[in-house]
Design a binder for this molecule. Structure first.
Ligand code: IPM
Ligand code: MN
Length: 377
């Protein structure tokens, strides 16, 4: 009996369905080659359904997704829907609902890929960002008011609950505020994951860098740093350092080889991983995994839905296929995961590249090539 994995697939909006189709093709081929089968559960979540029915995520969606250890996610975002609705109502809602507290984003320049960093190659750009994925300014609590405000704000997680009673008054014309939350538990689990990653990567000199802004946001990132130091003390074989986020953006460009594992709160993680994507060749090559080691994890390209390329067959599926490799790794199919990444490198070497990479291949040619490579054709 071959091994079976239940995996949910959400194509979503824009180019999402096209790139997920290529990813599924590649993962199925990997399964044929390495002796497992994927039972796909396709879910129709995204802007189209929202516009038709007003539904973002239904109880039924969550129940189905909850039966799978992994979700393969394309992209959401549609010009007909106000910014924030789909992002918060679908993507962030899934990350929070399934308590996917790690957003793992490799920043790795593959051989044959152009980087805007002069004089740097694959040996120099090879680190991972462990982005905290459930806290910080992403918790989404805040408000706007004139004169005065009395309100209760809550963050409800499986790990804890935090409730704020706001009692504010002001003579400013209008006030907006948003609360960033870091908890000891939340910081500890993600920082620990980062140190475990450093051990798993097994570099000659393993290192974890905390990227934060503890010199200005002294409360939230002060707590973050305290927890970082405590966790670091438990990993004597891994060196550790702090870097302020503004300086870190400079180091990503100037000395990317200085990084092994970067761990960072949610919002800075969002920002620096777009920079990371560029130094690894562009958004078309940047995958991410939203991980709950004990629950349902979700793998996606870090780029968005790129609506202007929808249906043209030109989108680069590599970020999604690479996210598929991470998904396989998460399911314990390490050999197949490595082969998928190898297939990506082979496609690039063979010149099977989409336009954003200077090639002429269409979306499905890239998927076909990698699937054929995996089958051993
Ligand atoms: C990302 C995206 C999301 C984020 C948006 C779409 C909510 O930019 O995955 O990096 O900010 O996390
Ligand atoms: Mn982002």
């Amino acid at each position: 009996m071959p091994r079976r994995h239940d995996v949910a697939a959400i194509g979503g909006d824009g180019i999402g369905p096209e790139i997920i189709a290529e990813g599924k093709k590649v993962l199925d081929a990997a399964g044929e080659r390495y002796g497992f089968g994927i039972r796909w559960k396709d879910l129709d979540i995204g802007a189209e359904r929202y516009l038709m029915t007003g539904e973002l995520l239904t109880e039924g969606d969550l129940a189905t997704l909850g039966t799978c250890r992994a979700i393969y996610f394309g992209a959401i975002g549609d010009e007909r829907v106000k910014p924030g609705i789909l992002e918060k109502g679908i993507l962030l809602a899934l990350r929070f609902h399934f308590d996917q507290f790690v957003n793992l984003r490799p920043v790795k320049l593959l051989p044959g890929v152009w980087t805007p960093l002069a004089g740097k190659g694959p040996a120099d750009v090879d680190f991972v960002v462990v982005r905290e994925n459930t806290e910080d300014f992403y918790v989404g609590i805040g408000s706007r008011f004139r004169k005065e405000e009395r309100k209760t704000l809550e963050v409800i997680r499986s790990l804890y609950r935090v409730k704020f009673g706001v009692d504010a008054e002001s003579d400013a014309e209008e006030v907006a505020y948003q609360i960033g939350v870091i908890t000891r538990e939340g910081a500890r689990r993600v920082i620990r994951f980062a140190f475990e990653q450093a051990i798993r990567r097994a570099r000659a000199a393993p290192k974890v860098t905390s990227v934060d802004k503890a010199n200005v946001l002294t409360e939230v990132y002060g707590l973050w740093r305290d927890v970082f130091s405590e966790v670091a003390a438990g990993f004597p074989g891994v060196s550790s350092e702090f870097s302020f986020v503004d300086a870190a953006t400079m180091w990503f460009v100037k000395n990317p080889e200085a990084f092994d594992v970067v761990v960072t709160p949610n919002m800075f993680g969002d920002i620096i991983t777009d920079l990371g994507a560029m130094i690894q060749g562009g958004l078309g090559l940047a995958p991410g995994g939203n991980i709950n080691p004990e629950g349902t994890s979700m793998f996606e390209p870090i780029h968005g839905s790129a609506p202007k390329y929808r249906g043209l067959g030109v989108a680069n599926p590599v970020a999604t296929i690479w996210a598929g490799s991470m998904l396989l790794d998460h399911l314990g199919e390490g050999e197949a995961a490595a082969a998928v990444l190898d297939g990506i490198v082979r496609a690039i070497a063979a010149g099977v590249k989409t336009r954003d990479m200077g090639g002429q291949a269409g979306t499905s040619e890239v998927g076909d090539f990698i699937a054929a490579y995996l089958r051993g054709a």
